[in-house]
Design a protein around this ligand. Structure first.
Ligand code: H2B
Length: 96
């Protein structure tokens, strides 16, 4: 069972993820990614999907044309966990 981060752990982890915004219901973090066009957005989604499957940790996301809106939360923990932080870090690396 993966643990939900407490307030202090969450604050510390989010220092290194300045582009991600804390959200509630579900408790998690959210970031909007913008691309030149749909091909850019979908190529990014393909890479994230492979990462997510490898980590057995999956994003809640939506795509409209060149925009990808991602929320990371851990259903098994009922909130934000280390898995979300790890996946967000990997997603940022793909985007940059
Ligand atoms: C059985 C499987 O390992 C679990 O359901 C995994 C899969 N992917 C998951 N993804 C996310 N975001 N949260 C989870 O709790 C989760 N659990």
């Amino acid at each position: 069972m993966i643990a939900r981060l407490d307030e202090e752990e969450r604050a510390l982890a989010l220092r290194d993820l300045p582009e991600w915004t804390p959200v509630q219901e579900p408790e998690g973090i959210r970031r909007l990614f913008i691309f030149k066009d749909f091909v850019g957005a979908f190529g990014f989604m393909t890479k994230v999907a492979l990462l997510a499957e490898r980590a057995d940790h999956h994003p809640e996301w939506s795509n409209v044309y060149n925009r990808v809106d991602i929320t990371l939360t851990t259903h098994d923990a009922g909130g934000l966990s280390r898995r979300d932080i790890d996946l967000a870090t990997q997603i940022d690396a793909i985007y940059s």
